[in-house]
Design a protein. Structure first.
Length: 248
């Protein structure tokens, strides 16, 4: 239970789902944890659930200037950073014909541009060694209808896991990715669908998973702990595909 003892960790989008569960796991493993989020209500809920020792950093994941402010806050409060879990993201699912430029830019801003510039802003305070874990998706690998932009953003993030690895490993910074399949998180409730539509979509997705169910946030969080810890010191530029066999 001390695999992250003494480590300083930042989790973006840490107020719910995989991010919140990972914050719990990091704390249980001895890490000092900071989380970001945009919604004041969910930030406060996370504060109460995680405890007063967790650093809460309000931040918009798509705002480039905000990434610099996050890095400065971590420098002042933690003095440095050992672990970054890039979890904040948006899943906007709709047919190709319904996309406009603003929605396209929003998805890429939150899922790709923000994370890239957050890593850039954090470079001066990363320890040596350090670990970055990017939360990508099985949709980077499969041609699911209505996921054209979402899948493209996650494929871009997955590519960064490899290219940033090649660039940063000489500084002792490892970059890896987890690619979850369908997970039971509040993300699906943000799609703007009715309860009946959500049930239909969930049943359709579940039918494509050989394991016959949605995954749980804890099943992803345990993998993230491994990639964040020194147990994975020789794991560089890798992807853990955790999808119940969906990509088979």
């Amino acid at each position: 239970m001390d695999r992250l003892k003494g480590k300083r960790a930042l989790i973006t989008g840490g107020t719910g789902g995989i991010g919140l569960e990972t914050a719990h796991r990091f704390l249980a493993e001895g890490a000092r944890v900071a989380i970001t989020g945009k919604n004041p209500a969910t930030l406060e809920t996370a504060r109460r659930e995680l405890g007063s020792e967790v650093l809460i950093v309000p931040s918009d994941a798509s705002d480039i200037a905000a990434q610099t402010r996050v890095a400065e806050t971590l420098r002042q409060e933690f003095g440095g950073l050992d672990i970054l879990f890039v979890n904040a993201g948006v899943a906007d699912l709709k047919p190709v014909g319904q996309w406009d430029e603003a929605a396209f830019d929003r998805s890429f801003g939150i899922n790709v541009k923000g994370p890239f510039f957050l890593v850039q802003a954090l470079l001066p305070i990363f320890a040596n060694p350090a670990s970055i874990v990017l939360n990508t998706s099985v949709n980077a690998h499969i041609g699911m209808p209505n996921t054209s932009v979402y899948g493209a953003t996650k494929a871009a993030l997955l590519s960064l896991a490899r290219t940033l690895s090649g660039e940063l490993i000489s500084r002792g910074i490892r970059v890896n990715a987890v690619s979850p399949g369908p997970i039971s998180t509040p993300l699906f409730g943000k799609l703007g669908l009715s309860d009946a539509e959500l049930k239909t979509v969930a049943a359709s997705i579940q039918s494509q998973v050989p394991a016959g169910r949605f995954g749980q946030p804890s099943e992803i969080a345990h993998a993230i702990v491994f990639l964040a810890s020194d147990e994975s010191a020789f794991t560089v530029g890798s992807e853990l595909l955790i999808d119940g066999g969906m990509s088979l």
